[in-house]
Write a protein that binds this ligand. Structure first.
Ligand code: UD1
Ligand code: MG
Length: 458
């Protein structure tokens, strides 16, 4: 894309979404809709990418660093949106215009359109698609020589004739313009239409009147250019995006069981020979190592799972799991949970902000918060850290190869030494030295013959 800039129009609120979130920030498989268009333009080789947003600069935070924001002061239509970006195109000779609400467009389609535009020497080239149901889209009116004469908007019935409504070829929103003279042409676009907006496609009749040619390139796979205007479109686009993501992983050697029950967001990384089992959801910056088995029914959010680990029916959020680790079923690993190689977090176990050392085990019914558990330690069923005194959080340290008895409460701050042992049912409020046994429970009293006592009070 040498000498070409990309402009992504994203300043419309998207009222048809009926949402407080602006349309182009709605995520598609975990990535804001507008960022899909940005990535496609960059993958096609665009060095300069300008996104047009509204004066609230709401979308600025969602954009990658190397992308510029242009501000359209008033959302007066797509014509005004492109105009707002003109000053930021550098020395580009051509500008590829993408809509921020057409997220599935790919690099190949963008590159192909630009190539056709340059080869034909057109002033503008429109990517079009032919749809069985073209409703909602602008219809492409061609002249006898194949030139695009204009695009008729159809959102309001008054804009189009019955004859025009019958046209199946529509504007995808992806258009290339030659930059030379574009400012003058855009300045001519008026609001004289049923919507009272400055329609970008109205640049086409102006170019034609000036004697320039306007070409069209039909996109063969219309699923690449579906526009998102409401929540129904969004779900449809997300479904196609999901299939695309899963196909990429499968082609790279990942096994996905029951693909329709699985959700994998766009930025998840999965090594070959990992298995993703039914009902699993992988979100955000999640990374999965080779041979790992995820699921069934596991949710991973921004979490890492190492080589050959198993995570069964569990929920992980900002957690880090090493190699050969066993998690679940029914474990909840919260932010800062780090499980070293060969360790285990078993059934009904919750861990947060804690390091579980290599080979250490937390097999059943535990809450471990703000703790450092040494290598090879074993925490008995229902070992609980009392990490919070009502005001502050305190750390618990369990030494390497220590063993806690069932129902041990560890009242932090407290330290259980290396190879130390705690008695079942102990409330450990004081440090246990290395290799010592700590027992902290009241002694048992047996009342002999209790059941045989005469209970009547005569
Ligand atoms: C637009 C096209 C239509 C095409 C369809 C493809 C126009 C007038 N119509 O219609 O021919 O078939 O896309 O999906 O261009 N935007 C701004 N500033 C504005 C208005 C819109 O930046 O003032 C942005 C929106 O955020 C959106 C994009 O432009 O990302 C398209 O706007 P939208 O209102 O969705 O246009 P459509 O009715 O879909
Ligand atoms: Mg649209």
């Amino acid at each position: 894309m040498d000498g070409a800039a990309a402009v992504i129009l994203a300043a419309g609120r998207g009222t048809r979404m009926r949402s407080s979130l602006v349309k182009v920030l709605h995520p598609v498989c975990g990535v804001p809709m507008v960022v899909w268009s940005v990535r496609a333009a960059q993958a096609a080789g665009a060095k300069t990418v300008v996104v047009v947003g509204g004066p609230d600069r709401e979308i600025d935070g969602a954009l990658p660093d190397d992308v510029e924001l242009a501000v359209q002061p008033v959302a007066d239509g797509t014509g005004g949106a492109l105009e707002a970006a003109l000053g930021q195109l550098g020395d580009a000779t051509d500008v590829v215009v993408l809509a921020g609400d057409v997220p599935l467009v790919d690099a190949g389609t963008i590159a192909q359109l630009l190539e056709a535009h340059r080869a034909a020497g057109s002033a503008a080239t429109v990517a079009t698609m032919v749809l069985d149901d073209p409703s909602g889209y602008g219809r492409v009116v061609r002249g006898p020589d194949g030139n695009v004469e204009r695009i008729v908007e159809t959102k309001n019935p008054e804009d189009a004739t019955t004859e025009q409504l019958a046209i199946a070829e529509v504007n995808t929103g992806l258009i290339v313009f030659s930059v030379s003279g574009l400012g003058d042409i855009l300045a001519q676009i008026s609001t004289a239409n049923a919507q009272g907006e400055r329609y970008l496609p109205d640049a086409i009749p102006a170019l034609r009147a000036a004697g320039a040619s306007v070409a069209a390139v039909e996109v063969s796979d219309p699923s690449l250019t579906i526009g998102v205007n409401d929540q129904v479109d969004l779900a449809r686009v997300a479904e196609i995006a999901q299939q695309r993501i899963q196909r990429r992983h499968m082609e790279a050697g990942v096994r996905i069981e029951a693909p329709q029950s699985v959700v994998i967001e766009a930025d998840v990384e999965i090594a070959a020979d990992a298995k993703i089992l039914a009902g699993s959801v992988l979100r955000g910056a999640t990374v999965i190592g080779a041979g790992a088995v995820i699921g069934p029914h596991t949710v991973l959010e921004h979490s890492e799972v190492g080589t050959d680990s198993k995570v069964v029916q569990s929920h992980l959020m900002l957690a880090k799991v090493g190699a050969g680790v066993s998690v679940g079923p029914f474990a909840y690993l919260r932010p800062g949970a780090e499980l070293a190689d060969g360790s285990k977090a078993g059934t009904f176990v919750e861990i947060k902000n804690s390091v579980i050392g290599a080979g250490a085990k937390v097999p059943h019914l535990s809450y471990i918060g703000d703790a450092d558990v040494g290598e090879g330690a074993n925490l008995g069923a229902s070992t609980i850290t009392a990490n919070y005194d009502g005001r502050n959080k305190h750390r618990t340290v369990v030494g390497a190869d220590a063993r806690t008895g069932v129902h041990t409460s560890l009242i932090a701050p407290v330290e259980v030494g290396e190879r130390a042992v705690t008695g079942a049912g102990s409330t450990i409020a004081e440090d246990v030295p290395d290799a010592a046994l700590g027992i902290a429970r009241s002694r048992q009293t047996n009342v002999e013959g209790f059941a045989d006592r005469d209970q009547s009070d005569d």
